[in-house]
Design a protein around this ligand. Structure first.
Ligand SMILES: C[S@@+](CC[C@H](N)C(=O)[O-])C[C@H]1O[C@@H](n2cnc3c(N)ncnc32)[C@H](O)[C@@H]1O
Length: 249
């Protein structure tokens, strides 16, 4: 069986144990084809993602496990979710009392997120913004108590610059959370992806090179996830690369 694209493989959970409730399974072969047939230079563009989202919803709508784990220790404030997709994380944060900006390159995803936010009754707590994180975009400096990006995979050459923009948006006392796929679970045979596409958490931390005004934790933990997502999947161990950094001042 072909492996899903790394960006399709992540689990969205409610934060309860065994919350493996993926909402959508459209077949891994289908989903791999989009990646295989597209020039890698297009993998991070509005057109590519709008084409994917146009057909049907992709994600379950639930929050990602790493975000739920991290936010559990935080007091709700202002949050930025970059690459928010259909809004599962942003809407979950809003429901916990956060004032959230959800940002994504895909207007199709953002429209679906907006509708989901309305349905969840948190429309007033979330602002949706279209932005290309690969471009000149930079979020407002020092503006957020939490900046999170879940499974927004960029080319390695652009990663450090992108992560620095995210870090710069964290307010003193705030938290940066970057959750990414790990090569162990997402590259290799049956995928169009090579291991060098994926940074470990330590490599992300090295690229960011935060000074001692930050407390940094870089780990590559596994989690249990149904793979491929959906009723045909089986429960298996999936590795993430997780960078958490708290800005002391
Ligand atoms: C794997 S999805 C993750 C979505 C969401 N964070 C989640 O966990 O459900 C990656 C998201 O990144 C967005 N994306 C891809 N390239 C981007 C770019 N250049 N700038 C901003 N967002 C981008 C895609 O539209 C997509 O919604």
């Amino acid at each position: 069986m072909a492996t899903e694209h790394p960006q399709d493989q992540h689990d969205h959970q409610h934060g309860q144990a065994h919350g493996h409730d993926h909402g959508h399974d459209h077949g891994s072969a289908d989903r791999m084809a989009a990646w295989q047939e597209t020039d890698p230079a297009e993998w991070f563009t509005e057109r590519f993602w709008d084409d994917r989202y146009r057909e049907r919803p992709i994600w379950s709508g639930n929050a990602n496990q790493r975000l739920v784990e991290t936010a559990a220790d935080l007091t709700p404030g202002r949050a930025l979710d970059v690459g928010c997709g259909e809004g599962g994380d942003a809407i979950w944060l809003a429901a916990q009392g956060w004032q959230v900006t959800g940002s994504d390159v895909s207007p199709m995803a953002l429209e679906r997120a907006r509708q989901a936010g309305e349905a969840a009754g948190v429309a007033d707590a979330v602002t949706w913004e279209q932005a290309d994180g690969c471009g000149d975009w930079a979020p407002p400096a020092g503006a957020y108590d939490l900046v999170t990006a879940s499974f927004l995979q960029f080319p390695r050459s652009e990663l450090a610059d992108f992560h620095r923009k995210l870090a710069a948006a964290v307010a003193p006392g705030g938290t940066l959370l970057i959750t990414a796929h790990h090569a162990d679970s997402h590259a290799g045979e049956g995928t169009p992806f090579t291991a060098d596409l994926f940074a470990t958490a330590q490599e992300m931390a090295d690229g960011l090179a935060l000074d001692d005004g930050w407390e940094v934790s870089a780990t590559d933990p596994t989690r249990e996830a149904v793979f491929p997502p959906g009723p045909e999947g089986t429960l298996m161990s999936v590795r993430d690369a997780v960078l958490r950094a708290v800005r002391r001042r």
